[in-house]
Write a protein that binds this ligand. Structure first.
Ligand SMILES: Cc1ncc(COP(=O)(O)O)c(C=O)c1O
Length: 350
């Protein structure tokens, strides 16, 4: 029973069918000059009700690092949450691809940036000081790395702050679909004031297909050369375009995210009824964080249950993360809770 990530899920059958269909054309122009790639800008512009320029890439890390490299100079800095994927899980890719721009991690509850903390960070950053990296961009994650979701109002506060301080805004949307579904608002509401979005699809049913979506189209000028020199202009681009189109068609992306979020809600409900589990952050998407006694966490891992775990601030506990995907079945959740019910803590003799 594996709950380590949404990346463990396979590919949606609709997307596999779209790949197969794309393969029927005997030949197609390479490097994004094919008919399918050429319509992506229009399709995403329709989706977001904003004119945009789209570059498909094959990983979320590439999307983030490249998007950020279009936002900042090497001597500038990016404010982000201290637990953001770009800050702790991308092996320095943003710093590398931007040519050395500095990431500044900011604390915030439940994985979210808040304006008071951003204001403080800017105030103490030495803007204008020759010795200091100059903050030029905010990167926020929607759905956050803690599984929470920024409301439209929270996003507006951050984007207004950015505008007031002449900062660009990047959104890491590796789980963007989960946020759209969680909030139940129109997609375009979530990208107001956003300059560039890393639009995720892989975690939610695609086969290594993501898109960098530039709403601030000036940032896309000459971007293709940066993408090329970092190895991200793929030759058979039609297979990325085919996936993204199929992902959006008939709201597949929203259906998949609805299933993943629903599974996480079901899992959280089951876990919260079990002895020892304390849900740690509000379960708003497809991620479930809980504190559990360390012995139980290790026992579960010994039983072959897959999940991430780290030290918890609660004495004797581990903080664990379960992730549900579009193909997480109820039976798997039932099986997990049945297994947990069989756990018998070892009581030490006095
Ligand atoms: C929030 C977030 N952003 C970006 C990524 C990076 O995606 P990839 O592993 O495809 O590089 C991940 C992957 O786990 C993620 O969780």
């Amino acid at each position: 029973m594996d709950f380590t990530s949404d990346n463990i899920c396979g590919v949606s059958t609709e997307i596999l069918a779209a790949l197969s269909l794309a393969n029927e054309a005997e030949t197609a122009a390479p490097y994004g000059a094919d008919a399918m790639s050429m319509t992506l800008d229009q399709e995403f512009s329709d989706l977001f009700q904003r004119d945009c320029t789209v570059f498909p890439v094959v990983s979320g890390t590439a999307a983030n690092a490249l998007a950020l490299s279009a936002c900042v100079q090497p001597w500038q800095a990016i404010l982000t949450h201290e637990k953001a994927h770009i800050e702790i899980m991308e092996c320095g890719a943003p710093e590398f691809i931007t040519g050395g721009a500095k990431l500044i991690g900011v604390a915030g509850q439940n994985g979210k940036l808040d304006v008071a903390a951003l204001e403080k960070a800017v105030r103490h950053s030495g803007q204008g000081c020759i010795h200091r990296s100059q903050i030029a961009c905010i990167s926020l994650t929607q759905t956050t790395d803690s599984g929470t979701v920024y409301s439209v109002e929270e996003l507006a506060e951050i984007t207004n702050f950015a505008k007031k301080n002449k900062l660009l805004v990047h959104m890491d949307g590796a789980r963007f679909a989960n946020a759209v579904v969680a909030l139940g608002v129109d997609t375009h509401e979530l990208v107001k004031g956003i300059d560039v979005l890393s639009f995720g699809a892989t975690k939610n049913g695609a086969m290594n297909a993501e898109a960098i979506v530039f709403f601030n189209k000036k940032l896309a000028d000459n971007f293709v050369f940066q993408a090329k020199r970092t190895g991200h202009v793929v030759s058979k681009a039609r297979f990325l375009a085919a996936q993204l189109q199929s992902y959006l068609a008939n709201d597949l992306w929203l259906q998949n995210a609805r299933r993943a979020n629903g599974a996480a809600a079901e899992l959280a409900e089951k876990l919260s009824c079990l002895n020892g589990f304390t849900i740690q952050t509000p379960v708003e998407s497809n991620l479930v964080f809980a504190h559990v006694p360390a012995a139980l966490a290790f026992w579960l891992q010994d039983q072959g249950v897959g999940f991430y775990s780290e030290e918890s601030e609660l004495l004797g506990c581990r903080k664990i993360r379960f992730v549900c995907g579009f193909s997480t079945a109820s039976e798997k959740i039932d099986k997990l809770s049945a297994l947990i019910e069989t756990y018998e803590p070892v009581v030490k003799a006095a």
